[in-house]
Design a protein around this ligand. Structure first.
Ligand SMILES: [Ca+2]
Length: 205
């Protein structure tokens, strides 16, 4: 049988444990709240990451043909009707002013950014269809991801509505790349009208 002294001691200990238990409960509640907040933050970050993720463009099928008048970006040229052009349109006045006196604009470019090349062991080339009515000469450079890969010298065809084609070699290319036709030094009336281009395996030529 407990003595009176022992009973008082146990009551004292019990009273001392009560505030400690409440403190622990508060601590546990706080930890639960923090965990929930962390979970909410993780979910929000995932949702933001998903929302910000840019859709990778579909892989192109070779041979791949694209109208030059559908460029994704440019700092020169405008869409012009040409009856003999593919799609009856060109990206005309490439690297010159769009109004009289049609003066040359240096460093003109027409860019295609949404090109996802398929896996292939074969070397590729780009065939460019263009027109040109000017004796002046200026090179058209092909840039891949901003770096010059090859160049052509367009011929004077005697009419803006007569078209010819020339090819750039681009070697092995897989995955997502940007492609750009670029002129460093242009000429009055522009270097050429850009009609369309085709990306193909060299062996398909
Ligand atoms: Ca065209």
């Amino acid at each position: 049988m407990k003595t009176q002294k022992t009973q008082k001691t146990e009551e004292k200990q019990s009273n001392a444990e009560a505030p400690q238990t409440a403190s622990e409960k508060n601590k546990q509640e706080k930890e639960r709240t923090e965990r929930k907040l962390q979970q909410i933050v993780v979910v929000l970050l995932l949702l933001i990451a998903i929302a910000c993720k840019k859709e990778e463009p579909a892989t192109i099928t070779l041979p791949y043909t694209r109208e030059c008048e559908t460029a994704d970006a440019k700092n020169t040229g405008q869409v012009i009707y040409r009856s003999a052009a593919s799609g009856s349109k060109v990206m005309g006045q490439f690297s010159c002013q769009n109004a009289e006196p049609w003066s040359a604009i240096p460093n003109g470019y027409v860019r295609f950014t949404e090109l996802n090349f398929p896996k292939t062991d074969e070397e590729l080339m780009i065939e460019l269809r263009y027109s040109k009515y000017s004796a002046a000469k200026s090179w058209i450079y092909l840039k891949i991801d901003g770096v010059v890969r090859d160049s052509i010298m367009p011929l004077n065809l005697g009419s803006w509505n007569i078209f010819s084609q020339d090819t750039f070699n681009i070697g092995h290319l897989v995955g997502h790349h940007s492609l750009e036709f670029f002129v460093s030094e242009s000429q009055t009336y522009g270097t050429a009208d850009l009609d369309m281009f085709t990306i193909k395996r060299i062996q398909e030529d």
